[in-house]
Each structure stands twice: as structure tokens, then as C-alpha cells.
Design a protein around this ligand. Structure first.
Ligand code: GDP
Ligand code: MN
Length: 380
């Protein structure tokens, strides 16, 4: 689970990392009062679980409380990469002298953690990493040893960060360990005109497997944004967004993964992974289909279900329901096999939706879905 910036800020503060004074609100009038309490000038920041807020206009500097109110009014409700802004953080502005990038992230490839740091942090860090990788230091961190002063000094040296950042690097590692995080990132970590080191932004991804001992975030309401990831999370679906154009829905992680491979083998790219699980109900199928169809990148959808515990007629019932609820404008290819496949196919035949076609094999279904996606892409 990702935390909001203001939640990350709270954790940083608890671990002794310096953060600007700030408060969160969903009311422009309240934003004005907070700015006044902070001394007048304020930074108004969209609270959404995605990066690039600055470039999207979701971070604004206000010269006085009235401007803070105006900025909050502008930012609240804004759509940033499919995430609707429901709250803003009003922060005390900071005289930035230099911006750094620092993070610790679980690196599955190396089977450990890695510290990533750069003296050229800020909004263009992706570009820096892509065009001048030598400006970004990557130092493996032994999870058993952790980050103490000596390691932090090595990280700071490798990245060209000033020695004053060493303390923050040590504390940031403590945040990762104590909070069971897979990622802690500060971009920018800044040096102010007065020489203080301040975390101006924060991103934390918690390990969901450790939820049971991190109950404090457990009651969080599911996000209600429009992005397919958020819609899927709100409905408790096992969904992963990918970067292709064929939406994929199946039952069982193994079947869905092999469906992704078959789609790729047909020269198309899957737009997502969505496993509706064993024993999936009509409701789950309808929810899954509505999530996949809501993804603007999806050009066609492939539903591949092998009925075991799941009965294909329940799946077909869910598809029929979703067709009525979602009113799709994209073609669907459905392959039903196994338990109650005949009844499932008959249900879909009876519905005779113009955008739905059936296939009898997984390969045939994938080929057809790939072709439909390509046709839709070339048609614009
Ligand atoms: P992001 O674009 O989603 O990563 O949002 P950030 O919180 O990183 O804000 C974007 C940029 O706004 C930062 O890289 C800073 O350059 C700038 N910024 C944010 N807060 C302040 C501040 O208090 N003072 C100044 N001068 N710049 C700020
Ligand atoms: Mn940032």
C-alpha cells in the first residue's frame, strides 16, 4: 500500500527527519486559515498517490492566505494521472538552495535493498536517471546490517550529497525498517538557504504482508479515484496495470499469466493482469470487467475462464450484468471452458451483444482479441 505524502511526512517527523510545518484539508476556506497560521505564504499540494504532481499543476506556491485559498480551490477536484484530488496539504514554504534525491527500495533482482541517491533531485530526476545514469548512485544495502553512519557516509559520498544529509539517510533507513516499507523516497530532500536539510516530499510503500502489525493504516478507506488501479483496489480485485492494449481477465493466477504470454505471442501487449480467483461470482466478474473497460488504454478485452470451482454460467451471468451496467464500447472475446461451459456459452449467445464474441480455444481467443486491438489502434 502506498501512503499519501502527508502520511509519509508524519512518519518522517516521528523518526526525527525535518519536514516543513503543514496541515491537510479538503476545504479552500480552511486552506486560507492554515496559510495564515503558517505565516501567510504557503505551498499548496495535491494529496494523491502518484508522482509528478508538480508538473501537473498540483503544487502551487501562494504568496498570502487568499492565494492559498484560491490555489486550494483550483487543485481540489483536479485529475492527476487518473487520481482525483480529494485533499490538499498546506505547507510552510522553504527557501530551497539545492535539491537532492534519496530513496531505499527493495530490489528483487539483487535480493536485497538498494540506496539510490543523487545530488540532482527534483522534478526532473527521471530524466537525469535516463540521460546521465552516472549522476545517480546505487549502493546495495545489506538488510541485516542496515544503514548506520558509515554506510550513510558512503551513500552520500557516492552521490555527491553534503555531509549534513548523513543523519537523514540513517533515519530514513529506520523509517523503512520500523514501518515495514518496501520503498521510502524523498524527492526533493533539500538544503535550505539556512543550511538545514529538509524532506520536502515523501513517498512510502508499505509491505502489505506486514499489515497485521501496522494496524494504524488498516482502517484507511479505499481510494475512490478513477484510475483502474484504484477502482480495482476499492473492489478488492487482484489487478496489476500493464502497458499494453488487450485487457485480460481470467480465473487463477497461473491461467491469467499464461494468457498474458499467449496475448504477447500473438504480437499484442496485455493491458493488465486481473485474476478473478477460484469460485468467482457473477459480482466479481462484473466488477472486474467494469475496471478493465474503464482503462482508456484498453482496446479489446479477453476473458479466459476455465471453470473448476468457478462455474462458467456464473461468469457468463457476470459478463451479462456488466454489459448492462458498463455499456462497453470496446470488443470482448470470451473463452469459457470446463465446469458449466455449455450453459455459460448459451447465456452469452442469448444476450447476443454486438461487441461480444466467443472463442473455443485460448489461442484462438487471444489471436482474435489481439487482432481487434490492433484494428482499433489503427482506426485511431
Ligand atoms: P511531485 O512533483 O509530485 O514530486 O511533488 P513535490 O512535492 O516534489 O513538489 C514538486 C516541486 O515543488 C519540488 O521538486 C520543489 O521543487 C517544489 N517545492 C515543493 N515545496 C516547495 C517549497 O516549500 N519551496 C520551494 N521553493 N519549492 C517547493
Ligand atoms: Mn517529489
Amino acid at each position: 500500500m502506498d501512503l499519501y505524502e502527508h502520511q509519509a511526512r508524519e512518519l518522517f517527523a516521528e523518526h526525527g527527519i525535518v519536514v516543513p510545518r503543514a496541515e491537510v484539508t479538503d476545504s479552500p476556506q480552511r486552506a486560507r486559515e492554515i496559510a495564515r497560521a503558517l505565516g501567510g505564504r504557503a505551498v499548496v499540494k495535491a494529496q494523491v498517490k502518484t508522482g509528478g504532481r508538480g508538473k501537473a499543476g498540483g503544487v502551487r506556491l501562494a504568496a498570502d492566505p487568499a492565494e492559498a485559498e484560491e490555489a486550494a480551490r483550483h487543485i481540489l477536484g483536479m485529475d492527476i494521472k487518473g487520481h482525483t484530488v480529494g485533499a490538499v496539504m498546506i505547507a510552510e514554504p522553504c527557501a530551497v538552495e539545492q535539491e537532492f534525491y534519496v530513496s531505499y527500495i527493495l530490489d528483487r533482482a539483487c535480493g536485497g535493498f538498494v540506496a539510490i541517491a543523487s545530488a540532482e533531485g527534483g522534478m526532473d530526476i527521471e530524466e537525469v536517471a535516463a540521460t546521465r545514469p552516472e549522476a545517480v548512485a546505487r549502493i546495495p544495502v545489506d538488510p541485516a546490517a542496515g544503514v548506520h553512519t558509515a554506510t550513510a557516509v558512503r551513500i552520500a559520498d557516492a552521490a555527491g550529497l553534503p555531509p549534513q544529509t548523513v543523519d537523514t539517510l540513517v533515519r530514513l533507513w529506520k523509517v523503512l525498517v520500523r514501518e515495514d516499507a518496501l520503498l521510502v523516497e524523498v524527492n526533493p530532500l533539500v538544503r535550505t538557504a539556512e543550511g538545514r536539510i529538509v524532506a520536502l516530499d515523501g513517498k512510502i510503500t508499505l509491505d502489505d504482508n506486514a499489515r497485521f502489525r501496522q494496524s494504524r493504516w488498516g482502517e484507511e478507506k479505499p481510494a475512490s479515484g478513477d484510475a483502474p488501479e484504484e477502482r480495482a483496489a476499492a473492489k478488492g480485485l487482484n489487478y496489476v496495470k500493464l502497458d499494453g492494449e488487450v485487457g485480460v481477465i481470467g480465473n487463477g493466477a497461473g491461467l491469467v499469466m499464461s494468457t498474458l504470454d499467449v496475448v504477447a505471442g500473438c504480437g499484442a501487449r496485455p493491458a493488465n493482469f486481473l485474476d478473478i480467483g477460484g469460485g468467482a461470482s457473477a459480482r466479481v466478474m462484473a466488477d472486474g470487467l467494469s475496471v478493465v473497460l474503464s482503462d482508456p488504454d484498453v482496446k479489446s478485452v479477453l476473458v479466459n475462464v476455465f471453470g473448476g470451482i468457478t462455474a462458467c454460467d456464473a461468469v457468463a451471468d457476470g459478463i451479462v450484468r456488466a454489459l448492462d451496467e458498463v455499456r462497453p464500447t470496446k470488443p470482448l472475446v470470451v473463452r469459457l471452458d470446463g465446469n458449466s461451459a455449455d450453459r455459460g456459452r448459451a447465456l452469452l449467445d442469448a444476450r447476443a451483444h454486438p461487441l461480444v464474441e466467443q472463442a473455443t480455444t485460448m489461442d484462438g481467443a487471444a489471436r482474435r482479441a489481439a487482432r481487434l486491438a490492433t484494428a482499433a489502434a489503427t482506426a485511431g
